[in-house]
Design a protein around this ligand. Structure first.
Ligand code: PHE
Length: 434
């Protein structure tokens, strides 16, 4: 049993793991396709505006509450008021639910890494992808493998597992991303992709797009499931959080923009549609890779990149519930991780099968996978973030000036925490449910 709470070995270790949590499939898989569906440049501008202002508040708030209470989610909420522990428990539950669809995509990535490595000949990428995800066995095995990898790293503990994995995978991710950006920019007609990303068409500006940008910003910063609260609780030194929060936001945004610069020039260069949705990465890109020199190698690099991003976020998703089991139920880390492994597997298997065998099971008109995605991204993440902002702002009466030295920023933080962010989050949920 761990009787002493773990702490980050350095400030760098904390930043790199927090950035590792933020930079994930949300940046490389979700961001480009949501941007593609929402008009390109105008979405990007809105997104940057929102992520650098409104999102600062809940991100700071979550890290601050973790750092202040030095407890996992349930304990952190409980130390604010004993009845709040039930609300706190929603965080690790959200984590398990997110894991059970997010890790499935992790399994798909492993498959594509293998296919690139073995130089598999695929003639029709649409058919290949839809047949693959409908297969009852193969994706399930890969999903379980991906769950195992994330849980295994977490089971090794903060220093030997989580820190080491992030310190290794994040630099690798950055190098591969820059390499692929260069490859993409050298393709013929790459400029059209850049124009799509950076030349705004103001006629595409609408309320729905703004909320899509906000939802994406919350998801990509890992706000609302206690991952960052837990990471914040391991911060040792009494340094200001402001710089860390901006580093996380800036790095996350840089990774998302670079992912766009990697994807859109290639998409435009090959006259493919930029708005093909979730299949952009698994259908459109492999099709492009098959047509360029050294395509298999580039495809391999791309899916390794996605893998690094997914694992470092996956670890943070596991650590939240894991810390809860360790601290609340006095479990050893190994035991907690074993339990979490089975819990995620139990939910993820039916979700994988929902593309084929269990396809006719519908929850609110959605298959299990889509339902889990919808429930967590549109309801539970915003709801948890909303609760935490309301508790801090109205009940704990957290004052910005105690966290942020600059008094103007502190005043804006207070207004954001009490009014702006709760309203934004409620709009997000309202729209999501309609
Ligand atoms: N931020 C991660 C991504 O962009 C996803 C995530 C959400 C991770 C919530 C942890 C918690 O992929």
């Amino acid at each position: 049993m761990e009787d002493k709470r773990p702490v980050w070995t350095s400030k760098y270790a904390f930043i790199v793991t927090a950035v590792g949590s933020a930079v994930g499939l949300g940046n490389i898989w979700r961001f480009p396709y949501i941007m593609g569906q929402n008009g390109g440049a105008i979405f990007l501008i809105t997104y940057i505006l929102l992520i650098s202002t409104i999102c600062f508040v809940p991100l700071m708030n979550e890290l601050y509450i973790g750092k202040l209470t030095k407890k996992e989610c349930v304990g952190a909420y409980e130390s604010m008021h004993h009845n709040l522990k039930y609300l706190g428990a929603l965080n690790p539950i959200t984590g398990i639910l997110i894991a059970s669809f997010y890790f499935i995509v992790g399994g798909w990535i492993i498959n594509y890494i293998w296919k690139s490595l073995t130089c598999a000949q695929i003639t029709n990428y649409e058919n290949y992808f839809s047949e693959f995800i409908q297969n009852p066995i193969y994706p399930s095995i890969l999903t379980v493998l991906f769950i195992f990898i994330c849980v295994f790293v977490t089971a090794r503990g903060i220093k030997r597992g989580i820190e080491t994995a992030n310190k290794t995978l994040m630099p690798l991710l950055a190098v591969i991303l820059i390499f692929l950006v260069i490859v993409s920019l050298r393709l013929p007609n790459a400029g059209a992709g850049l124009e799509y990303m950076f030349k705004p068409d103001f006629s595409k500006l609408n309320f729905h797009m703004v909320l899509a940008a906000l939802g994406q910003a919350f998801f990509t910063l890992s706000i609302g499931m206690g991952a960052l609260l837990t990471y914040g609780s391991y911060i040792k030194e009494d340094k200001s959080l402001v710089k860390s929060v901006y580093t996380i936001i800036l790095s996350d945004t840089a990774f998302a923009i670079l992912a766009g610069i990697m994807i859109f020039p290639a998409v435009f260069s090959f006259n493919m549609p930029p708005n093909s949705g979730a299949g952009l990465v698994f259908v459109t890109l492999p099709k492009i890779f098959s047509q360029i020199p050294f395509g298999n190698f580039i495809s391999f690099a791309f899916f390794v990149l996605l893998f690094c991003a997914a694992v470092t976020s996956g670890i943070s998703i596991v650590e939240g519930p894991c810390a809860t089991l360790i601290e609340r139920f006095k479990m050893s880390r190994i035991k907690a991780c074993t339990l979490i492994f089975f819990a995620i597997t139990l939910l993820a298997i039916p979700a994988t099968l929902s593309f084929g065998l269990l396809g006719n099971i519908k929850l609110f008109d959605k298959n299990i996978f889509d339902f889990l995605d919808f429930l967590t991204s549109n309801v539970m993440l915003p709801l948890n973030a909303l609760f935490l902002c309301l508790i801090s702002g109205w009940y704990l009466k957290v004052k910005g000036i105690n966290i942020i030295q600059n008094k103007y920023m502190a005043a804006l933080f207070d207004i954001g925490l009490k009014y702006i962010v709760p309203i934004a989050l409620m709009s997000l949920m309202f729209l999501g449910l309609n």
